[in-house]
Design a protein around this ligand. Structure first.
Ligand code: HEC
Length: 198
C-alpha cells in the first residue's frame, strides 16, 4: 500500500516533468521552471522518506499491539518522528488537513485552497499535481496524501471499517475529530515541505 502511494507520487512527478518539458515558454521562464522542478522533486523525496518512516512504525504497531494501541502510538509519535526526519533532511515538514484529527494539523488558508482545488480535480478523475511556491524566501511544496484500505480502520466509516472500540479511543483523545468517513483514494491531507533556497 505504501508502494502504491509512492508510485502515485512518482507518476505525479513524472507528469509534472513531462508537462514542463513540452511547454513553449521563454528561456528565462524555463530556467525558473527547472529550478522549481528540482525543488518539487527534492520536496517529494523528503515527504516520501518521512511517510515511509511513519508508515513503517504504524504498521509495526498495528501488527504487534493492534489498532487501538496504534492510535495512542500515532498520537504520541507522529510529531516526534516527523520532527526527527525534518532534522535529518534539514527541512520543515508537516501534515495538514481540511478535516483534521489533531487541531494542530488544521490547514491554513493557502493550504486549504490547494486541498479544495485538488479535491475538485480528484472528483473529476483528474491527476493532482504537487505545488511549489516561494514564501518569504523559502520554497514551500504541497504533496497530496491519499487514503488506502489500511487508513480506513482509523479514518473510515463507523458503519464499515471503524470499530466501536477504535472510535471511542479516537473520540477520547480527539474530541473534535473531523478525520473519519473517508473512502479509499480520497485526499486525507497534504505534506507541507519547507526548504531553504539554494
Ligand atoms: C491506527 C490508527 C490510524 C491509522 C491506521 C491511520 N491513521 Fe492517520 N491519524 C491517526 C491519528 C491518531 C492521527 C492524529 C495524530 C496526531 O495527533 O498528530 C492521525 C493523523 C493523520 C494525519 C494528519 C492530519 C490530521 O488529521 O491530524 C494524516 C494526513 C493522516 N493521519 C493520514 C493517514 C493515512 C493516509 C493513513 C493510511 C495510510 C492513516 N492516516 C492511517 C490514526 C491513524
Amino acid at each position: 500500500m505504501k508502494t502504491i502511494y509512492r508510485l502515485s507520487l512518482i507518476i505525479i512527478s513524472l507528469i509534472l516533468l513531462g508537462c514542463n518539458n513540452t511547454s513553449e515558454e521563454t528561456q528565462s521562464k524555463e530556467n525558473t521552471n527547472k529550478n522549481d522542478i528540482s525543488y518539487t522533486e527534492e520536496g517529494l523525496n523528503f515527504a516520501m522518506q518521512t511517510q515511509k518512516v511513519l508508515a513503517k512504525n504504524l504498521m509495526n504497531e498495528i501488527k504487534t499491539n493492534g489498532t487501538v494501541a496504534a492510535i495512542t502510538f500515532c498520537s504520541s509519535k507522529a510529531y516526534p518522528l516527523t520532527d526527527s526526519m525534518a532534522l535529518v533532511l534539514d527541512a520543515q515538514l508537516k501534515r495538514v488537513s481540511d478535516q483534521a484529527r489533531n487541531p494542530n494539523n488544521k490547514a491554513n488558508k493557502q493550504e486549504a485552497a490547494y486541498i479544495a482545488k485538488s479535491k475538485e480535480l480528484l472528483g473529476k478523475g483528474e491527476i493532482i499535481k504537487p505545488q511549489m511556491t516561494e514564501v518569504n524566501g523559502k520554497m514551500v511544496g504541497y504533496y497530496p496524501i491519499l487514503t488506502n484500505q489500511l487508513c480506513l480502520q482509523c479514518h473510515g466509516s463507523q458503519d464499515e471499517e471503524l470499530k466501536p472500540e477504535t472510535l471511542s479511543q479516537i473520540e477520547g483523545l480527539y474530541p473534535n475529530d473531523k478525520a473519519i468517513d473517508y473512502k479509499v483514494n480520497e485526499l486525507r491531507g497534504i505534506w507541507v515541505v519547507e526548504m531553504n533556497k539554494k
